[in-house]
Ligand binder design. Structure first.
Ligand code: NAD
Length: 428
């Protein structure tokens, strides 16, 4: 869902090129890793509830599978673009390598707006998506998952279609399934909690106690809600949250200077993560402009909505007090803004480390599905904490040792692992 003038694929490639240079990667490896290995573009015809047929465009990109099957979500969004899907598939490769799980990178998307589609129409999109792709995806080559505006229900429809076409049970085809239907306990919390596991470690590095900090969040969907839960449990206070207001076609920031109660905010939020403006006003929230989440006088910024949100234009308006940016969303910071944050000494926990909890738990889901033996929630979240903490420590130690920005250190670890796997296989 790229905005006009912004190309996330160009940004992902620019980030890669810089680190390829740093690593002195040879030409063959650069050429191979700076674009997806494979991509599929297709049409999904849907019989709408009013009897007409509408055709939706779908994409799937498999960026790299040298370390294991491609892995990555499927997004439903009216402004989805193939370049966004390409960029996200590339980031998935780095993410899986960064937390050292045996999976590659993939991503999918459909240009559609679930706000305006019935559940029956959405089911047809899910089934149509799998019909177009089923020979090229599956437990041993490419494993989808939920992402923006897709849920466990969408995954189950996709699994059902895949199993109908394949004539068997393949629970390892897809993750993010409902619990009881092969899903893992802890998956819903995993990404948001994972962000806060890394945030907790960053605060330790900076010798700051969570209970002495405040945060401002962009987004209040799956990632932000669970990040807020764990962060507030650790003692931190969220004072501002921004969400999309579909009716007004604009974002809004909701602020309570003394700290927002998670349960209170959840009670006035719909299933798309949109806070009801009228109810928020009734409950004493200050209603500010959508971009105002970024200019709050807080210690931590936690973007958890969209890519391309902290830019060259707005980075200078970030408060001097901010010392951590924990990237819950994928690609929220542009390279120009990144440079400014680096110069200012802000501790950035890069997206493909910070939000890797989701894919790590998806990997746990695959393991459990394959064993047909399921762990308790505490077991899952305990293993997740270990994996995220280990990954954070490896990146921050390298950053310290080689005097690298956290994003570069994470890239060095991830790209090295993937390039080595390609080399070992004799691909480059
Ligand atoms: P979601 O659909 O559950 O929530 C998105 C939230 O962003 C909603 O609250 C929406 O109102 C808000 N939003 C949308 N546009 C906005 C705008 N312009 N300004 C302010 N708020 C806006 O999505 P999610 O699953 O929470 O994912 C959020 C981000 O995290 C995405 O970048 C996604 O790719 C990334 N991510 C998600 C997961 C996961 O497991 N869900 C894993 C890794 C990365």
């Amino acid at each position: 869902m790229a905005e006009k003038g912004f190309n996330p694929y160009a940004m992902a490639q620019a980030q890669f090129d810089r680190v390829a240079e740093l690593l002195a990667l040879d030409e063959g490896a650069r050429e191979l890793l700076r674009q997806p290995l494979r991509e599929y573009h297709f049409s999904i015809p849907v019989r709408m509830d009013d009897g007409t047929v509408r055709v939706f465009r779908g994409f799937r990109c498999q960026h790299n599978d040298a370390r294991g099957p491609s892995k990555g979500g499927i997004r439903f969004h009216p402004q989805e673009t193939v370049d966004t899907v390409r960029a996200l598939s590339m980031w998935m490769t780095w993410k899986c390598a960064c937390v050292d799980i045996p999976l590659g990178g993939g991503k999918g998307g459909v240009i559609c707006d679930p706000h305006n589609l019935s559940m029956k129409e959405q089911e047809q999109i899910c089934r149509g998506y799998v019909r177009q792709l089923w020979k090229n995806v599956g437990p041993v080559n490419d494993v989808p998952a939920p992402d923006v505006m897709t849920s466990a229900q969408h995954m189950l429809w996709m699994l059902d279609e895949f199993e109908a076409l394949g004539g068997g049970h393949y629970p390892g085809f897809i993750t993010g399934k409902p619990v009881g239907m092969g899903g893992s306990l802890g998956r819903t919390e995993a990404t948001g909690f994972g962000v806060v596991f890394t945030l907790r470690e960053a605060l330790k590095d900076l010798d700051v106690r969570p209970e002495d900090t405040t945060a401002s969040l962009q987004g209040f969907g799956n990632v932000a809600q669970y990040a807020m839960r764990l962060y507030t449990q650790l003692g931190g206070a969220v004072i501002a949250v921004s969400t999309w207001d579909n009716k007004a076609q604009a974002a809004r920031t909701f602020r309570k200077r003394d700290g927002i109660s998670l349960d209170e905010l959840l009670a006035i939020t719909d299933r798309f993560g949109e806070v009801n403006v009228d109810k928020a006003a009734d409950q004493g929230y200050e209603i500010l402009d959508g971009d105002d989440w970024l200019v709050q006088d807080v210690d931590i910024l936690l973007p958890a909505a969209l890519e391309n949100q902290i830019t060259a234009e707005n980075v200078k308006s970030i408060s001097k007090r901010v010392n951590i940016v924990a990237e819950g969303a994928n690609g929220p910071t542009t390279p120009e803004a990144d440079k400014v944050l680096h110069e200012r000494g802000v501790f950035v926990i890069p997206d493909f480390l910070a939000n890797a909890g989701g894919v790590t738990c998806s990997y746990f889901e695959q393991v459990q599905s394959n064993m047909n033996y399921f762990w308790t929630r505490d077991e899952v979240l305990g293993k997740l904490d270990l994996k995220m903490t280990d990954a954070f420590i490896a990146v921050s130690e390298l950053a310290r040792k080689r005097k690298l920005f956290m994003r570069d250190a994470a890239y060095v670890i991830a790209i090295n692992r993937v390039a080595q796997a390609c080399k070992d296989r004799g691909w480059c």
